[in-house]
Design a protein around this ligand. Structure first.
Ligand code: CP
Length: 300
């Protein structure tokens, strides 16, 4: 069996529930630890990251090892891409070494889907441009389900740089499929023209009565100079503060995919406040979610 994992847009509620159940089964409750298996000991996962990463790359590697897999990590800056080799030729060369899956992150939207059409092994999208980051959405959903028990009717505010956020796009698909009411907010210049959820101008209107507040990183590397707000102005209008969080439900959870710009999109103390913040849990769930995805693409 070979399946790709490229997007959350084509996942059914049943797919999502099944992936979340599998991910949950890999967690050891209350611990930063996982149930390990050697079920995929014959397999090899290659990670091809053309953009920087801490969480996604290392959690794919950890997830693969937890399933008994071997891993190969391409160091792009020390690879033959520096001699002009293309992404496709690089992926084909790695596939020819007998890998069973490639997890790819690339700055171009659509790169993971393009490679999936060209190579024989499974391809997992580890983030493509401003398009999708489906494993992030899965780990976010796992974290929400652990705290809220489900999704139906939950009010989820996604705040910040929506336009450049593959995290927002994947989350919006997944969470609306599961019955959540998602609302997005951010500066007008950072809101997309093609949103499928309500957009509101004022952060306060998004956060009011929210069950979940999901903050996003300002992605300066994807912005034009006209779009880049000053950090002070941005924090004043769209930063998550204790004051703004008072508008949400009392048991609200605060999420951020990381890496964070503390003091720009979120008050640093609030990000570390375990009464609200589930940011560290998101990272732990990232390993479990990626274990579930690897198991799924290989027919588990
Ligand atoms: N959330 C996320 O994708 O983080 P990294 O860029 O560190 O992988």
């Amino acid at each position: 069996v070979r399946r790709h994992f490229l997007s959350t847009a084509n996942l059914t509620p049943r797919d999502i529930t099944s992936l979340l159940d599998a991910a949950q089964s890999f967690r050891i409750p209350g611990k930063t630890a996982f149930h390990k298996t050697d079920k995929h000991r014959q397999r090899t996962l290659a990670t091809l990251f053309f953009e920087d990463s801490t969480r996604t790359r290392l959690s794919f590697e950890t997830a693969a090892h937890n399933l008994g897999c071997h891993t190969l990590d391409l160091h792009v800056m020390r690879s033959s891409m520096q001699k002009g080799e293309t992404v496709l030729d690089t992926a084909r060369a790695i596939q020819a070494m007998g890998v069973d899956a490639i997890a790819v992150r690339h700055q171009e939207s659509g790169m993971a889907a393009f490679l999936a059409e060209q190579v024989e092994c499974a391809v997992v999208n580890a983030g493509d441009g401003t398009n999708e980051h489906p494993t992030q959405a899965l780990l976010d959903a796992l974290t929400i389900r652990q705290h809220k028990g489900g999704f139906d009717g939950l009010r989820i505010a996604i705040c910040g740089d929506i336009k450049h956020s593959r995290v927002a796009r994947s989350n919006i698909h997944l969470l609306t499929t599961m019955g959540a009411k998602v609302v997005a907010t951010g500066p007008t210049s950072l809101l997309p023209a093609d949103a499928i959820v309500p957009l509101v101008d004022e952060m306060e209107d998004a956060v009011r009565d929210a069950d979940v507040v999901m903050m996003l990183r300002i992605q300066k590397e994807r912005m034009t100079s006209a779009e880049i707000p000053s950090p002070e102005d941005y924090f004043r209008r769209y930063g998550l503060t204790y004051e703004r969080l008072k508008l949400a439900k009392p048991n609200v959870i605060v999420m951020h995919p990381g890496p964070m710009n503390r003091g720009i999109e979120i008050d640093g103390a609030l990000a570390d406040d375990s009464r609200y913040s589930v940011i560290q849990e998101q990272i732990t769930n990232g390993v479990a979610a990626r274990m579930a995805v690897l198991d799924w693409i290989w027919g588990g």
